[in-house]
Design a protein around this ligand. Sequence first.
Ligand SMILES: *Cc1c(COP(=O)(O)O)cnc(C)c1O
Length: 801
Amino acid sequence: MAPSRVEIDPITGYFNNIDSIRASEYPQLTDLTYLDHSGTTLYAKSLIEAFSKDLTTNLFGNPHSASGSSQLSTQRVDDARLEVLRFLKADPDVFDVVFTANATTAIKIVADAFREQPGGFQYGYHVDSHTSLIGVRELSPRAECLTSHDAVESWLKQGSSEVVQQPQLLAYPGQSNMTGRRYGFRWAEMSNELRSTGQQCYTLFDAAALASTAPIDLSNPQIAPSFTALSFYKIFGFPDLGALIVKKDAGRILTQRRYFGGGTVEAVAVSGKTWHEVRDTSIHAQLEDGTLPFHNIIALQHALRLHRTLYKSMTDISRHCEHLANMLRKQLTEMRHGVGRPVCQMYGMEREAGEDAGPVVSFNLLDRHGEYVSNAEVEKLAIVKKIHLRTGGLCNPGGTVTALGLTPNDLRRNYQAGYRCGGLGDIINGKPPGQSDLKDVETFIAFIREYYCDTSPHSPPCNPTPKPKKHTFTIESLTIFPIKSCAAFPIPSYANWQVGARGLLHDREWCLVHLGTHQALSQKKYPKMALLRPTIDLHQQTLTITHNLNGQSRPQALTIALGDNSNLLSIDSTICTRKPTSVCGEPVSIEHYTAPHITEFFSSALNVPCTLARFPHSGVLRKPQIRGLPDVNTDRAIALANESPILLVSRSSVNRLNEDIKARIASSTIKPGKAVPAEAFRGNIVIAETLVRGQKEHPYAEDDWTTISIFNDASSTGENGDKTQFDVLGPCQRCQMVCIDQTDATRRQEPFSTLAKTRRREGKVWFGAHLALVGGRGGDELDGGGEKGWVKVGDRVECYS
Ligand SMILES: *Cc1c(COP(=O)(O)O)cnc(C)c1O
């Protein structure tokens, strides 16, 4: 079937048949809302099919040789070069195309050449630049950040009055990927004029963001930049390829570089008096080091052709996208909380006269009080709702800083506090491309309205301080997770289980680590971990893991003796702690199992190169770190748990949550989710209320508890059968991991979707409570040394607030 073509609404520019094009060309988009087009756009199915047919019906050799297969590649690369120039309306007599890995590499070719100039070069870069342009400043002895039109203009002009004449390189983005501001060619034109008077001034135009939704028109060489960098994957989704478009009259400065390699030389004398003869046929021949990515270049031909078939021109794409972006921008700008305050703080709405704007929508969410909503939290919910967003601002530090009014000191402080890409200074960035449709906009607006727009007209009354209360529960079930992020091991109801400073015996004592990165694996990334089932046998003193992940008729099993430490190797690993102050990766020293059969067992189960690792018996002290709370009591310890030794879940709260889920299903227009079992929360202790007839449950009473006591039914052990006391450290902050069905490892939208609606405070979502043994100090022993207690299903639990 021939690819269909867009039908354009004459008034709005919207592609009226975009939904049918999406269905046929972008099956990857079924069922989800992809708004991360500034990251990469998506490739069309017909492109991949045409490319694959081309590869399987033709023989392509390494270019630059005489054989037929080689000639075919050479010829196709030459054709592709011309097709790129046509796409940019550039005259092949005036411009040349240098193929690169991506836009950044294209920028680096220019930067490296200028660095080799005697005396270096003067570098002026616009404040709205991407990091790829900013980094060039490190190569220039005289670099300056230019913050306004006037600053650019006077920087360009100052070149004429200099006594020392170093070449000047002005770099700026075609479009800010933070605000969508478009800067056009006026500075390139100005620089061209100065150059015609003899001044050595050049422009480096970063078209990577601009080119994805706008035509780049190089038809007038007088206003065209000397160098234009772009990435094709941002325009077509595929191939992963970039280019530097060089205006030939500015090319000499690039070809004066000293390095040569691969196809860029004609002849080389290697020893003795060395010399080499540079291929001087063309600019690209001198700059393309090594073998060209010729398969990618062949794919590019298909990308260019199909794009023309599907979308006619970039001008049409530009109109379609602007229509969508305007709708989105308008609705976000107008949305109000019930108290009248705006829901979104919009960025980049102001423009200088004559300035154009691309289809970029940047904003932060604000709560009813006008405070920022954490983007990390928004992202968690968006993941559950299958909305692919881009949050982050650090690829465009200048733009972010200006928009948020941050100072360099703020930035450094944020950095030291652990914020990298992700964290404070983040901005939600949406960019509708060609394939986006109105449904994407509607879905996104509905999402914001549902979760971030507080329609109640009054501020909620302050909760009066709760009166001290006592609640009585019993232990309904006890669970440990011997291997972090893997399946639960339900403790048999007849067993009396030991609890120490680090929690229930053997809880989160092991984890799986990636053999390359040494990072602990998590179910969030590898949901199948939920299907690796560990069992602890205290009599035999073994850990047994079973799974049925490879589709064999019988489950596979591996048994390890708890006391066998013979093949353990101590290695520094990182585990993800999801602490607000560090994005990921608290370093810990743990012991990896090196036996090949163990490594093989886990690697083949998950199809990830990994092995089992154990928290060492001594010498390591990890402190609990509860998110959302200041440092908790510092003499406590945990093993490989994320935050605290023990997680408590109340049956009453699970019941309430499920009622809420059902009510939402009944009332809501959004896609319904399902009720969830208590196991979804991966708690260690699930407690249920002991109710006398007519009494009501107390859901979420645990929010106010400060201590609890468990009265152990000691008759079975004869050991210290009295009460064990626990401190309630605080509530547990939740993420989308609760949505992984622990029985089949599929992702659902509940319970996070309803929790986010009913259990959100300060932008975070809470469920369950963190506990630690009173007086439990983290001794050297794995069982925590020091204090110990015993717990058993059926034990009475008294909770005090
Ligand atoms: C994406 C982007 C880049 C970097 O492109 P790469 O392909 O990652 O090298 C540079 N500048 C802008 C404005 C971009 O949007």
